[in-house]
Write a protein that binds this ligand. Structure first.
Ligand code: GRF
Length: 202
């Protein structure tokens, strides 16, 4: 399965994919794209010999044109699954239509709680005692698509977002490669009785 990764930032989740699933179990990361020309994620891709390209908004007429350019590039690399790994832009409906049920995202909260930006800050402000990570399909909303994998961690005394993220990152680095592995194996489907419910064949 040819996988493309979109990332805006440091790319530790991209690194986990490169280290744990790339060129294994029938998975190949074939492209890494970013909205930011200086995203460290692009360097990680190049270091692993994976084609990397940036698509800054100011080089396009608008977001729609940018998304179409990304979609065209990914399609030219025969992409079958798009993984958002810290990609900080919303994707247009047209982009999603090019990869139906084939775009996934990792989010540092137990969705549907705390979607959107600064999820850990939201969770801390709410005072939750249990934090977690969600890997989900991407639909037209903000972090609203069907859940593939989730894992919780109890941090009853947490006060600092940086410290919580430090605990969540290793979980993300396990769950995201696991989701890619499962999809590549054909083990992920939708419950015919409830399309929101993802069924995993283990
Ligand atoms: C992760 O915390 C992920 O949950 C969120 O963006 C962050 C990306 O981190 N969507 P990194 O760039 O992979 O280190």
């Amino acid at each position: 399965m040819n996988v493309a990764v979109l990332a805006s930032g440091t790319g530790t989740n991209l690194q986990a994919l490169l280290d744990r699933v790339h060129r294994r179990e029938g998975v190949a990361i074939v492209a890494v794209a970013s909205d930011k020309a200086d995203a460290p994620a692009l360097d990680r891709a190049r270091a692993a010999g994976v084609p990397a390209s940036s698509f800054p908004l100011d080089q396009f007429a608008d977001r729609r044109a940018r998304d179409l350019a990304i979609a065209d590039w990914l399609a030219s690399r025969a992409t079958e699954l798009v993984v958002l790994a810290g990609y900080m832009q919303l994707l247009s409906g047209e982009f999603l239509g090019r990869f139906p049920d084939r775009v996934i995202n990792v989010h540092p909260a137990l969705l549907p709680a705390f979607p959107g930006l600064a999820a850990v800050d939201q969770a801390l402000a709410y005072g939750v005692k249990v934090f977690g990570v969600t890997v989900h399909f991407v639909d037209g909303g903000v972090d609203s698509g069907p859940v593939i994998l989730q894992r919780a961690i109890e941090l009853p005394d947490a006060r600092d977002a940086g410290e919580v993220l430090e605990r969540l990152h290793p979980i993300e680095h396990e769950l995201l490669p696991e989701a890619v592995r499962l999809i590549a194996r054909g083990a992920v489907s939708f419950d015919p009785a409830n399309a929101r419910r993802v069924v995993i064949e283990r």
